[in-house]
Design a protein around this ligand. Structure first.
Ligand SMILES: Nc1ncnc2c1ncn2[C@@H]1O[C@H](COP(=O)(O)OS(=O)(=O)O)[C@@H](OP(=O)(O)O)[C@H]1O
Ligand SMILES: Nc1ncnc2c1ncn2[C@@H]1O[C@H](COP(=O)(O)OP(=O)(O)O)[C@@H](O)[C@H]1O
Length: 200
């Protein structure tokens, strides 16, 4: 059932294109997805910094941070993860509409949910970055001690242990953080943005 009837879209005078022209670059979302500990937050932060250094308008949306506020009512059950990603997709869309280059760092374990977000955007605006890293490596890194807790049964439904992660089939960018350094990864992403003429 549609909950909101009689709602009519109001078109604003300042367009997304106007904002791109003002900023000197286009806007997009770099959608980092991968296991906990794969390096999503590290890379989102590093790319954000690299872009900021080039005078780009940027922002990071990070799973842990958003779950402290906007999505603090959501759990890690499948239906709540779905709602988590849907809301972040909508927030990212607002940022992209405002001319900003968004780096989002959410596990976003389900293909359908990522596809739903992709469908919210225009062509070339949604850039899926698969932060690929074997679970053994993530578990060795265990930057927050969560794998240890999950293995001891303290966090039921932990992604990669007893909750699934569905790898992207055709990500725009694949980063193997077992093999690549943070600097190499940032360079690969910057090269992609330049190649797609997002930064010009
Ligand atoms: N059950 C379970 N499974 C996975 N992760 C868990 C869980 N419980 C808490 N955490 C912590 O929450 C962070 C993931 O939040 P996300 O919003 O990115 O998850 S999701 O996209 O809704 O699946 C995740 O952050 P990252 O480690 O940065 O990925 C964890 O720190
Ligand atoms: N090549 C790499 N790329 C990204 N992170 C790396 C890499 N090598 C080691 N790390 C480390 O792995 C950890 C990844 O943690 P984090 O970025 O919080 O991952 P996630 O956000 O996916 O949970 C950090 O401590 C980071 O310093």
């Amino acid at each position: 059932m549609k909950l909101s009837n009689n709602i009519i879209w109001h078109y604003m005078t300042v367009t997304k294109k106007n904002r791109h022209d003002l900023n000197g670059h286009k806007s997009c979302v770099l959608w980092f997805t991968g296991l906990s500990g794969s390096g999503k937050s590290t890379l989102a932060n590093a790319v954000d910094y690299a872009l900021f250094q080039q005078n780009c308008r940027t922002y990071v949306l990070d799973g842990d941070n958003i779950r402290h506020g906007l999505n603090s009512d959501l759990s890690f059950e499948e239906k709540d993860r779905k709602e988590n990603i849907r809301r972040i997709g909508e927030v990212a869309k607002l940022f992209v509409d405002s001319g900003i280059i968004v780096s989002s760092a959410f596990i976003s374990p389900f293909r359908d949910d990522r596809q739903l977000v992709r469908n919210m955007f225009e062509k070339n605006e949604f850039i899926e970055v698969f932060v690929d890293c074997p679970i053994q490596v993530c578990e060795n890194r265990d930057p927050k001690g969560l794998y240890k807790k999950a293995r001891s049964g303290m966090i039921p439904g932990f992604t990669g242990i007893d909750s699934p992660y569905e790898k992207p089939n055709h990500p725009e960018i694949l980063i193997d953080t077992k093999q690549m350094t943070i600097e190499q990864s940032v360079q690969k992403i910057m090269d992609y943005l330049n190649e797609k003429q997002i930064l010009s």
